[in-house]
Design a protein around this ligand. Structure first.
Ligand SMILES: C[C@H](O)[C@H](O)[C@H]1CNC2=NC(N)=NC(=O)C2=N1
Length: 123
């Protein structure tokens, strides 16, 4: 079983993940990132690539998808917190996401392209 990251390991790896848009999750030892792709097809392509990698690692993201948005939380359930598996998967996801937009302010509402397109249209 993978062990929880030590303070030193966190200090070594989390700042660079933070720069790419991974953020802390309140009340949970986990990291979260929200990607906004140009289309559902790009979002699903990313999720497909990640799913194959996750299955090979036997380490799986908590995630949701709304049209072009993919919202990911990484934590290790067996360890009840962050382990090297999470930071390794985070780095692999960053490499697989390509140049997609990242929503850095996770306190702001997360709007998919369809919400933006349909805003203002009534009925
Ligand atoms: C049975 C299986 O090996 C385990 O449940 C794996 C699967 N994927 C997992 N993924 C994550 N994120 N945490 C786990 O503890 C975990 N455990």
């Amino acid at each position: 079983m993978s062990a929880l990251l030590t303070e030193a390991e966190r200090n070594a790896v989390l700042p660079s993940l933070g720069e790419t848009g991974w953020g802390a999750v309140e009340g949970k030892d986990a990291i979260r990132k929200v990607w906004k792709f140009k289309s559902f097809s790009e979002a699903w392509g990313f999720m497909s690539r990640v799913a194959l990698a996750a299955e090979k690692m036997n380490h799986h993201p908590e995630w949701s998808n709304v049209y072009n948005v993919v919202d990911v939380t990484l934590t290790t359930h067996s360890a009840k917190g962050l382990t090297k598996l999470d930071t390794d998967l985070a780095e692999r996801m960053d490499a697989m996401a390509g140049p997609a937009e990242v929503q850095r302010d996770l306190d702001q509402p997360i709007q998919c392209l369809c919400e933006i397109h349909h805003a203002g249209k009534k009925g």
